[in-house]
Design a protein around this ligand. Structure first.
Ligand code: SAM
Length: 291
């Protein structure tokens, strides 16, 4: 054992417990001493993808019996995990990358293990969510984690409409094949004026963090095909105060437009003129018309 790993040695590692272990999100060195010690100590490891995890463990010189537990078999395999724990074993759960249970399997397993009266012990570590937020800046004081938006345009627009007046920043995950349409949908649904952090390939060779407005996001991505490659976290600034309060600095404009247009047409025109959120302007136009 390396001298550094000895730091984790003299601690408590109860038996008959499930250890939920975070693994790197790209950089092989981003794993904690305690995680390495526990992965070496447990009797077996349940993993989202046993092949991936087998390769990861090999890099750390660890070999363990592996059990596949992914989103399609989580409940069924949880019962087997519980049998192992009831026999007094220590087990770990790891997802493909980052922290289990965050847009990854693991949550149903945790529920089942706890319901069986057994201990669940989390081992903190890498997560794309916390990594992006740590480098976002002072405009992200509070946030809501949304994860992946629905892939279909209609459901995605509805989800964004429900989020349009949230005062906290919004954090999304996105894959490369949808990044362009998702950033365009964010600008459309939340307005062009809010700040956007595009965090790409965090902790990896081609890591890039770029802050711009939502309106400028699509053009920035389009300017270089490489900017659309890899894995993404998107952080969007929260709704401006007047949208949260239900008032709009654009009430006068909306009032004029509503004399000639339907609520939805007035919101669309006002959004095009002001760069504001079409959803928020729609909600405000509706309220003004009802008044
Ligand atoms: N459980 C993981 C965590 O704790 O972050 C997230 C798993 S989720 C299935 C995968 C998504 O996380 C990717 O599509 C991407 O949006 C985000 N992600 C994971 N690794 C990333 C990285 N290195 N850079 C940017 N985003 C990443």
């Amino acid at each position: 054992m390396t001298p550094l790993l000895e730091l984790a040695l003299g601690q408590q590692y109860p038996a008959a417990a499930l250890y939920v272990v975070a693994t790197p999100i790209g950089n092989i060195a981003d794993i904690t001493l305690r995680a390495l010690h526990v992965l070496g100590l447990v009797d077996r490891i349940a993993a989202e993808d046993t092949r991936n995890t087998g390769q990861l463990l090999a890099r750390y010189g660890i070999t363990k019996p592996l059990l596949a537990l992914h989103q399609h078999n989580e409940r069924v395999v949880a019962a087997r995990v519980i049998e192992h724990l009831q026999a007094g074993e220590r087990m770990a759960y790891v997802s493909d990358a980052g922290t289990p249970g965050i847009s990854d399997p693991g949550a149903k397993l945790v529920d089942a293990v706890r319901a069986a009266g057994l201990a669940v012990i989390p081992l903190p570590g890498a997560s794309a969510l916390a990594t992006a937020l740590s480098a976002a800046g002072d405009w992200v004081a509070t946030f809501s984690f949304i994860g992946f938006l629905p892939p279909k345009a209609k459901q995605r627009a509805a989800a964004l409409q429900a989020l349009a007046t949230q005062p906290s920043a919004l954090v999304f995950y996105e894959a490369p094949h949808r990044i362009v349409e998702t950033v365009a949908a964010l600008a459309d649904g939340l307005g062009g004026t809010r700040r956007l952090l595009i965090a790409r390939e965090l902790t990896k060779l081609h890591e890039a963090l770029h802050v711009c407005t939502l309106a400028d996001g699509p053009a920035w991505l389009a300017a270089d095909a490489n900017r659309q490659r890899g894995e993404f976290v998107l952080v969007v600034e929260g709704a401006p105060a007047q949208e949260v309060a239900g008032e709009s600095e654009h009430d006068v404009l909306l009032g004029i437009l509503l004399k000639e247009l339907s609520v939805s047409a007035a919101a669309k025109v006002a959004a095009a003129i002001t760069g504001g959120s079409r959803n928020a302007l729609y909600a405000r136009a509706l309220a003004l018309q009802q008044d």
